[in-house]
Ligand binder design. Structure first.
Ligand code: TYD
Length: 221
């Protein structure tokens, strides 16, 4: 994914739209930042940006989303497989056709969520997870923005918001494990994963996101 040829004329004819994912613990502000970033990317690239999300961002996905977030799932492996099934369908129906049509894709949550929540949070076997991910042949994002917010701060935001799914109901220990797993991914893959502190005002966070996107994706924009 992404452009490989420099030089203006070639760059224009061979432009490949970037696939960008947004990650972070519950309450870290992903949807707010996705909206601000999509607007900026459209202005910056002059191209349409497709905003989408997992789990459930495709036609049959809503039923899967309800099952995953509110159903009774017996074990971590079943939960893992449901998220991967949702991802496969979402890629086939939404993400890959959009990229093929020249749209920038901005997706809230993707494989790093599975790594952080199912392996980090729920103890799914990381080696099993990586084998399945490799077998599914999921494309690797050109850039992943990880919104970094202390779990305690996120928990306060979520409490103010009310409602929530079974992941949000897991409590602080769980979210701390998820946050640690995210931090580990960012440490391992600094070229793909851009960590942005997310405790500030939305506009300040958005400015940092834009700066990082320019730095990481300059040639693709
Ligand atoms: P989401 O709708 O993004 O929740 P929020 O907007 O509150 O962040 O995602 C719902 C939940 O699904 C979220 O708690 C994280 C969880 N999730 C996983 O556990 N694994 C995954 O692979 C994905 C995509 C999401």
């Amino acid at each position: 994914m992404g452009a490989t040829i420099a030089g203006d004329a070639l760059h224009r004819t061979s432009w490949c739209p970037p696939f960008i994912t947004l990650e972070g613990i519950d309450g870290s502000g992903k949807s707010t930042q996705a909206a601000l970033l999509a607007e900026w990317l459209e202005a910056e690239t002059g191209r349409p940006v497709l905003r989408t999300f997992e789990p459930g961002g495709w036609e049959a996905g809503q039923a899967l989303r309800d099952l995953i977030l509110h159903g009774r799932i017996p074990d971590a492996a079943t939960e893992l497989l449901l998220f991967l099934a949702d991802r496969k369908g979402h890629l086939a129906e939404v993400v890959l056709p959009a990229l093929a049509a020249g749209q920038v894709v901005l997706c809230e949550r993707y494989t790093d969520s599975t790594r952080a929540y199912q392996a980090g949070g729920h103890g799914a076997d990381p080696a099993f997870l990586e084998r399945l991910v490799a077998a599914c042949d999921f494309p690797v994002p050109d850039l992943t923005i990880l919104l970094d917010l202390p779990p305690r701060t996120a928990a306060k935001r979520l409490a103010d918001r009310g409602g929530g799914d079974r992941f949000e109901a897991e409590g602080l220990d769980f979210m701390e494990r998820v946050a640690r797993a995210y931090a580990e991914i960012a440490r391992r893959e600094p070229r793909r994963v851009l960590e942005v502190p997310a405790a500030g005002a939305p506009e300040d966070v958005a400015r940092e996101v834009r700066r990082g996107v320019r730095r990481h994706l300059g040639v693709l924009l």
